[in-house]
Write a protein that binds this ligand. Structure first.
Ligand code: UDP
Length: 386
């Protein structure tokens, strides 16, 4: 590490060792800057952190399932420089009203649910006849769902799940959340519609560990940072919660957090990586069986997580930003404050308070690093190893 190096150029601080902070640190270190990274937890990897369960040997996605999928060939290639990605196709099932269905909604789930044997064209006409469309474009998640699939599928698969996931009525949520999921009139049950999909063979933490393995990067774990941290650096990249940087001075941005109820079984617990539970009367949203994320491995025992979302309290881990009306006003206040911070840039899911997938996070970090490097008039002083 570069601890003893007397640096004569600009000092770069990065806060947060998730994908945003890790990619940024790597790119700037490689361009010759000395980077100090502060991570408040005792491990790197952010919420993508993976670790092997010592009892079962299963690679566990400690903060919930993470499947890497993207259309961005550069990002896919970039991530692949730091890990061997194994082919993986995410196929989700849903237990609804006592029966198991294929997700996302596809021709199989439609025929299962309605007890039909429709062809793609027939199914399209059948669903179109149920769709409820207003004159204007859908304004919220509920309108979006009703206009796409009609009330029967919406109520069975989306209404309860969304209510549990976000803790509010689907009619108060943005339609964009649902745009994450396809509705298909074929038997394609791949959860994602991206060109590239895979899981790093030895986990996301090992991948990010290799990104940070650079002589110009100094990683500090268990290191709390705040606005004063910025004073120690010529430039600070903050990927922690935006409101935390300002000590929540105008209030707290709302998040959903997740409770994981962990259990182990002998053999195979549910036969797939993720089983969703959209019924409103069941408190959890899904059960993840981690060993199915690594079908190339064999394990006698299995680790499962029952996942229950709830409001994120002060001491909880923030997962999903809730962008409702009150949050939007507060967000705008913090965004104005952020724009006035001379030497701090805000990045990533927590730093910009957005629901981001891993590939978008990496793309934005790469772009931010490049923009920073383009904007620097002073040549960096260190010559980094590639
Ligand atoms: N969703 C749902 N039922 C499901 C799966 C998803 O209603 O069985 C809705 C829900 O509102 C969720 C959103 O679709 O927040 C996005 O789902 P995704 O699987 O992308 O969520 P993530 O894996 O990011 O938690």
């Amino acid at each position: 590490m570069a601890k003893d190096f007397v640096y004569q150029g600009q000092r770069i601080g990065v806060v947060g060792a998730g994908f945003s902070g890790t990619v940024l640190a790597r790119e700037l270190a490689q361009a010759g800057y000395l980077v100090t990274l502060h991570e408040s937890r005792s491990h790197i990897g952010g919420n993508c952190h993976t670790e092997r369960c010592p009892q079962t040997g299963v690679m566990v996605h400690v903060y919930g399932p993470h499947i890497f999928h993207t259309n961005d060939a550069e990002v896919w290639g970039y991530a692949g420089r730091f890990a061997r990605f194994r082919p993986y196709c995410h196929r989700v099932k849903a237990t609804a009203q006592g029966r198991v269905f294929s997700m996302p909604i596809n021709l199989h789930s439609i025929n299962q649910f309605f007890g039909t044997s429709l062809s793609p064209k027939e199914a399209q006409q059948f669903i179109a006849a149920q769709a409820i469309r207003g004159d204007e474009a859908p304004q919220n998640l509920e309108e979006q769902a009703l206009s796409l699939m009609g009330p029967a599928l919406y109520e069975a698969f989306f209404k309860g799940y969304t209510q549990k996931q976000w803790g509010c009525a689907p009619s108060s949520l943005p339609a964009s959340i649902l745009q994450r999921l396809p509705l298909r009139f074929s038997y394609d049950d791949n959860y994602f519609f991206h060109r590239f999909q895979g899981i790093p063979e030895d986990g996301y933490t090992a991948l990010m560990g290799r990104m940070l393995d650079h002589p110009n990067i100094d990683v500090h774990l268990d290191s709390l940072a705040n606005r004063d941290t910025a004073r120690r650096y010529d430039h600070l990249f903050w990927t922690g919660p935006l409101d935390a940087y300002f000590a929540h001075s105008h209030g707290r941005l709302g998040y959903r957090t997740l409770d994981f109820d962990r259990f182990e079984v002998e053999g195979d617990g549910q036969g797939c990586a993720v089983m969703n539970y959209p019924d409103a009367q069941i408190p959890h949203t899904r059960v993840t069986e981690h060993k199915h994320f690594a079908p190339w491995e064999t394990h006698d025992r299995s680790v499962l997580y029952r996942e229950t979302p709830r409001y994120c309290g002060v001491a909880d881990i923030p997962y999903y930003p809730v962008r409702l009306t009150t949050e939007k006003a507060l967000l705008s206040t913090y965004e104005h404050l952020a724009a006035a911070e001379g030497n701090t840039r805000f990045l990533g899911r927590l730093g910009t308070y957005r629901y981001l997938d891993m590939d978008v996070t990496i793309r934005e970090a790469l772009d931010a690093a490049r923009a920073f490097l383009r904007g620097q008039s002073l040549a960096p002083q260190l010559s980094g190893a590639a």
